[in-house]
Ligand binder design. Structure first.
Ligand code: NAG
Ligand code: NAG
Length: 164
């Protein structure tokens, strides 16, 4: 009987462990992470506007684990490109790198020598290295990665522990 109680708890936990990502989005490592990888090269601003239309922003990246996860996806999905836009930019606060979704700037993974260039104010991730590069926001075009909001977010946090 004890076994079935434990099994029920495990199943309950699993079924509520994640919220739902919107249709077409990739579930990240964490319950509240969903991504949409867009295989169309465009300017950074157009990419950010497109992500907003999809219910998010160009993705932020706040730790190495998340960076590795995204690399593993863009390495496959965007294999015909060298770079993918992310939400890093110094457009909003000149001289200071921030994320369009307002996440704290607590991690970075710049390639050696980057960011560089007074006209390269937007960030992109290398699709094979996972390193970040600065590019011209308005003149360079790359595909991009949106971070979009989890739907049914309640499901993420409500672990039912009802006994049977
Ligand atoms: C980020 O913060 C700024 C300043 O507080 C605010 O105007 C903006 O709407 C915020 N953006 C998001 C995506 O929360
Ligand atoms: C989850 O918990 C929140 C806050 O307690 C509540 O408002 C919401 O209705 C719950 N959702 C479900 C699916 O039980």
């Amino acid at each position: 009987m004890m076994f079935f109680h434990l099994l029920a708890l495990v199943l309950t936990y699993c079924s509520y462990a994640y919220g739902d990502c919107p249709s077409g989005a990739i579930q990240g490592n964490n319950p509240d992470e969903c991504y949409i990888v867009v295989d169309t090269a465009t300017t950074w601003q157009t990419a950010e506007e497109s992500c907003q239309a999809l219910g998010g922003h160009l993705t932020s990246i706040v730790n190495a684990y998340q960076n590795s996860f995204l690399l593993s996806k863009i390495n496959v999905i965007l294999s015909r490109y060298y770079y993918a836009w992310i939400g890093a930019n110094t457009l909003t606060y000149p001289g200071t790198w921030t994320w369009t979704d307002n996440s704290s700037w607590i991690y970075s993974n710049w390639a050696s020598g980057y960011p560089y260039g007074s006209n390269n104010l937007c960030g992109a991730m290398g699709t094979t290295s996972g390193r970040w590069y600065s590019f011209n926001c308005a003149n360079d075009i790359h595909p991009y990665v949106c971070g979009v909001v989890v739907t049914n977010k309640d499901k993420v946090y409500n672990f039912s522990m009802t006994a049977i």
